[in-house]
Design a protein around this ligand. Sequence first.
Ligand code: IPE
Ligand code: IPE
Ligand code: MG
Length: 264
Amino acid sequence: MAENRNETGRLTPPRANGTARRENGGSLPAPPRHIAIIMDGNGRWATKRGLPRTAGHKAGAETFRKIATYCKDLGVKYLTVYAFSTENWKRSETEVSAIMALLKKYLLEAVDTMERDHIRLHFFGDMSPIAPELRALARETDEITEHLSKDDFQANVCLNYGGRDEILRAARRFAANCAAGKRRPEELDEAVFSGYLDSAGIPDPELIIRPSGEQRLSNFLLWQSAYAEFYYTDTLWPDFDEAELDRAIAAYHARDRRFGGVKK
Ligand code: IPE
Ligand code: IPE
Ligand code: MG
């Protein structure tokens, strides 16, 4: 288990009974099993400082490392992050290349540290237009993930990901299986369809966080977000920290989740 980090108010790693604990005492319920984050606000963070937008992406990548470690320490099982959307190709070539270079740097580090740190890595999104070198690295991390225990913490990185595109790719594969006689249309239900999505086998996120003040999904996890709780904050992603995640989790615990039923 990772070491405690003792700044005030921060949660410590979960105890054997699965509950997290603040340094200043008092038990908290276990964190959500699956947290998803729209890592937004990198560009504005950099512009505010008179820096190029790419500096914001670099700072944002550091925040991802920090928050992934914290989620793992808290006992969160899955962290899904939106890194690059199917719409983000509209940005300048300089910006797109800088984001891809940061991803490559992260994956190069990951191939050396995933096993040691027990971090599984998985990608959501259509990898076909991604540069071959980056794709090869993603395949390598997938292979390492295969060797890690299913109980280990898993980070899902959404790269060239769009919720609509994911649903279309799933529908196309199901239709192809029907045409090949492997499936029948009447077999399609929510569970079968979920199995064709990039998130196959992964429970839906209980909590979706969007920093930077925007309150929209921007094509993130359209299927999986059906009953997620949303947490918005004005904090820009590079400034997002452990205390902010604690606040998001506390807000989540204060929600009354009914799933269409009635209040207990
Ligand atoms: C999120 O930050 C990162 C990506 C979309 C790749 P932005 O780059 O969207 O930052 P803002 O929203 O312009 O501040
Ligand atoms: C969503 O942020 C995509 C990622 C964070 C990767 P955007 O910045 O692209 O979304 P919009 O344009 O504000 O909706
Ligand atoms: Mg943005």
